[in-house]
Ligand binder design. Structure first.
Ligand SMILES: [Zn+2]
Length: 445
């Protein structure tokens, strides 16, 4: 490590080979070596010793709604990426909807990149959108660097991003498969949603009944059939229901190329504890019962669910009314995801290595960034989250960085405090303080 500029040392560095005391050598923003803890620090290198704090590869959150430009009163690149940095997230991939314009043409992608460029406190990539009318835009978007394409199979919640019917799904997926792309899908079947009781109002039980688990399972079954027929690569977004897990396991065993994510709120919050009228807990698909949550944890443990991402999707507070039918659906968890997942994971006997696999390694692999991100190993970007795993805190919305400080986690006691966050060898966040934005805009490799 003779050319190292920085040596980051800890008794708990989480590497792909396990957790160990190590000295991580960094040069020009890249990890050059992971060495024994007591290796002599070369002259000219700066030593940062974080003691017993755990050093994790920075998290890669592939499901974030930044809403910028167009709905910047909801969220924006400046605030979202500060929330990310404060939460140990060093890469986020922005969803194509809720911004105006949505990321559905190359021109729109250019608009978004221009807006994000000077505001990014962490690295930012972009998903494209697959709409009923934009099949001919998909390949140009792919060539312009989006990581894949998002589609809805039921109404998205915003008029400018209509969902795909089954024939439209087949057309878009065939096009995407033709250039080796990835389709990521909000999978709820609209017929099952329409057939469910739609009472509206403030009762959480009524909202839950309006988005049944079999709506997810039915949509996922149809997606699996299309992926199998076209030999296409697909990814299920924010799985909330355990009903679909047997289908997914069987499809995988058959060689269907399908991956699956779930979210911190499905793993840490339960329907039983959502107060009536508390629409800060509203998201689609919904937070379900504790027994269902156990199925999601089992599926994470056995690898059926690949990864955990936030689906950070804020709005202004006034849209979070006490009527679950009309309130904006979305949970803002970007800054708290690591602590929330770690708190629940350790209670179930999981390790920080598991959390890193779910929230950094596998998400990096999902978007093809695994040569650069997702591990503390030579050749990767020197992106780190320094975590005090045993330290506890109570969530105070006033300490959150996202634009509208509405959160389902308010008042929760969590473990795991992010002490500092590093992006390509620079400390971009520490103890509530941020540097000027150092993030870059990423293209699909
Ligand atoms: Zn989403």
């Amino acid at each position: 490590m003779s050319d190292a500029e920085l040596v980051l040392r800890s008794t708990r560095v989480i590497t792909p080979e396990g957790t160990r005391a190590a000295a991580v050598a960094v040069s020009a923003g890249t990890i050059t070596a992971v060495l024994p803890y007591d290796t002599e620090v070369p002259a000219g290198a700066r030593l940062e010793d974080v003691g017993d704090h755990a050093v994790l590869p920075g998290l890669v959150d592939t499901h974030v709604h930044v809403n910028d430009p167009g709905r910047t009163e909801w969220e924006g690149f400046w605030t979202a990426t500060r929330a990310a940095a404060a939460g140990g997230v060093t890469t986020l991939v922005d969803m194509p909807l809720n911004s105006l314009p949505p990321t559905t043409t190359v021109e729109h992608l250019r608009t978004k990149r221009d807006v994000a460029r000077d505001k990014a406190h962490v690295d930012v990539g972009f998903w494209g959108g697959a709409l009923p009318g934009n099949v001919e835009d998909l390949r140009p978007l792919h060539d312009a660097g989006v990581f894949g394409f998002k589609a809805f199979l039921s109404p998205s919640g915003v008029d400018e991003f209509p969902h795909l019917g089954q024939e439209q799904l087949a057309r878009s997926l065939a096009e995407i498969a033709g250039f080796g792309g990835l389709l990521i899908v909000h999978a709820e079947d609209p017929r099952h949603l329409a057939a469910a009781p739609q009472h509206g109002g403030p009762r959480y039980a009524d909202f839950l009944a309006s988005r049944p688990g079999h709506a997810e399972a039915t949509a996922i079954a149809a997606l699996i059939a299309q992926a199998r027929r076209l030999d296409a690569r697909v990814h299920v977004l924010h799985l909330s229901s355990g009903d679909a897990l047997p289908l997914i396991r069987a499809a995988r065993a058959d060689g269907v190329r399908i991956t699956v994510e779930t979210c911190p709120h499905y793993l840490t919050l339960t329907a039983e504890e959502v107060p009536d009228g508390a629409s800060e807990f509203k998201c689609c698909p919904p937070i379900r019962e504790a027994a269902n949550q156990d199925l999601l944890w089992e599926a994470l443990a056995d690898g059926t669910v690949d990864c955990v991402v936030t689906d950070h999707s804020p709005s202004t507070a006034d849209l979070k009314t006490d009527d679950f039918a009309t309130a904006w659906g979305g949970i803002s968890g970007l800054q708290l995801s690591l602590s929330a997942v770690w708190t629940a994971a350790r209670g179930r006997g999981h390790t920080l290595e598991d959390v890193v696999r779910w929230m950094s390694a596998r998400t990096a692999a999902l978007v093809g960034l695994d040569a650069r991100k997702g591990a503390i190993a030579p050749g990767r970007d020197a992106d780190f989250a320094v975590l005090a795993p045993e330290e506890g805190f109570t969530v105070d919305p006033a300490g959150l960085q996202h634009r509208n400080r509405v959160t389902a986690y308010a008042g929760r006691a969590l473990r795991g405090v992010v002490k500092s966050t590093w992006l390509r060898g620079e400390r971009v966040y520490a103890d509530g303080q941020f540097t000027s934005p150092k993030g870059t805009l990423l293209d699909r490799p």
